[in-house]
Design a protein around this ligand. Sequence first.
Ligand code: FBP
Length: 552
Amino acid sequence: MKLSPLQIARYQYTPKLPGMLRNGISEICVKNGDATQSVADQEKIAAQFPNTYGKNEITFQKGQNTAEAKKQVVGVILSGGQAPGGHNVVCGLYDALKATNPDNVLYGFKGGPSGLLEDDYRIFDDEYINQYRNTGGFDIIGSGRTKLETEEQFAVAAEVCKKHGITAIVIIGGDDSNTNAAVLAEYFAAHNTGVQVIGCPKTIDGDLKNEDIECSFGFDTATKTYSEIIGNIERDANSAKKYWHFIKVMGRSASHVALECALQTQPNICLIGEEVAAKKMSLAQIADYIADSVADRAAKGMNFGVAIIPEGIVEFVPEFSVLIAEINELLAGEKTAQFNALPTWKDKYAFIEAGLTKESMAVFAILPESIQQQLFLERDPHGNVQVSLIESEKLFSALVKDNLAARKAAGTYNGKFSPLHHFLGYEGRCAFPSNFDADYCYSLGYNAFMLIQYGYTGYLSKVSNLSKPAEEWVAGGMPITKMMNMERRNGQDKPVIRKALVELDGKPFQYFAAHRAQWAVETCYTYPGAIQYFGPSEVCDLTTRTLALEKA
Ligand code: FBP
C-alpha cells in the first residue's frame, strides 16, 4: 500500500484520552451514578428489558482497579454508514484490551452485523491494527446494514460467541444499531450466555445524543469537511458573482448537519426540516422564502448566493408527506407492475392523476418533471419512496425559478438567476478524523473495554464534557435503555432509541435564527478552510459550533 505523507504523519499522532483514563489500567475504578429510566414509555420499556433496564449511570475515576481479572475475548462490529474515527474506536478498544492482559483477544466481524451471523472475522494483531491508526473509513473490517433483530439471529450470534469463547461484543453504530445492541444485550442476559454487549455512538448525522451522549462521533469531521467545501463554494460565488448554489447535505431526517454547516459558513439560506414541520410550511412557502433572499440580493446588485438544503427536508413538508403516503398506497402490491407496464409518461401521469386526491395532485403538479419521475422510480425494499434520494436541491431551485418568473411578470424582480447544484455526503464520511474525532473515538473504544472489564452490559460507552480539553473529559457508561421509547415500526410497537432532532429552542438553532435575516440579504460568508491536523490548538482542536453553543 502506497502511503501519503499525511497518512504517515497521522500514524505518529497519539490520541488524547480523558485525564481519568491516563494513569494506567490498574488505576481506573468505578463511581456509581443514579439509576436510570427510559426517556418515555417507562413501564413498557422496563417490561421489554427485565434484565438490563433501570441500571445506574457510571463514571470512571482514578483509584484501585477492582475488576475481576479474567481473560477477555471481545468481538467488534462496525454497523451502518461510515463515520470518521471508526478505526480509532477499534484501536482504543484493542489497546485497552492488550494493556490489561496481552492474552486477551479482539475479533473483528467483517462487513457489519452479518459478519457475526456468518462467523466471518479476523483476529487483530499489532501489525494489522497499526495500519489503521488515526485514519478515516471503516475498511479495517468493513461495515454493513444487516439488522440484528430476530430471535433466530440472536441464537446464531450466541452460538458464534460460544464457539470462540467470546465474552463481549462491541457494536459501533447509530440509533438503530444501538437499539439492536440493547436487544442483544437483553437476550444474552436472559439466556445466561455470559456475553456482554457494549455500544459506541456513531453517525455523521448527529442525531444520536441526549444529555449524556453529547455527540455521536464522525459529526465533527464530516461537518468540517462539508463546511470547507461550502466555504470554498461561497468564495467562488462571491468572486464570480453569477451563480446561486443549491447545496444538499447528508444527514437523513434530522437537520443537524445542515445547521452546523450553516453556523460554520453563514450562507444566505439554510433550511431546517424541524422548523419547516413546526411551522407547517408548504413547498410554495419555502420557495417564496428563498426567492425573497434572491430578489433582495438582486436589488442590491448581487445575483449570486448559497443555499443549504438538508437531505431529509421533504419529509418535513406536511403536504409532501401526504403526497408520499398516497403514492405508496397508489403503488401498493400489484399496482406497481400495472403502473410500470404503462408505455409513456403521459399514460403514467393520467394513472397518477386518477389515483391521487385533488390536494396531493396540486402538490404533484408543481414539481419539476424529473422529480415527479424520481418519486416513481426509487423504491426501498418495503416498496416506499426513498425520500433521501429525491434531488431536493434541484426541486427547490426549480420552484424558486418559477416564483421569480412570477415576480418578474409582476414587475417586482429584475435580476438574473442561474442556479448550480451540489450534493455533499460521501465526501465527508471517510475523511481523516479531525483531532477531536481521533481523540473522542480512541477514548470511546478504550472506555468500552473498561465497561467490559467491569462486567457491564447493555451500556453505551460515554465520554462527556467534550467542549473542554480532553484532559477534562469524563469517561463512563450509560444504559442504552435510557434513550429508548416505543415507536410504531412496520405496523408494530417497538422499543427503539429516540432520534434526536434539532431542537428549535436549543442554542444552536437560536443563534442561527438570530442571524439568518442578515445573512440572507448581505454577504456574510465565513471560510473555515480545511481541517488542520498539526499546528496551534485553537485551529486543530476546535469542536463543532453546535457543541460549543450547546455547552456555552
Ligand atoms: P448511519 O445512520 O448508519 O450512520 O448513516 C448515515 C448516512 O450517512 C446518512 O446521512 C445517509 O442518508 C445514509 O447514511 C446513506 O446510506 P448509504 O451509505 O447506505 O448510502
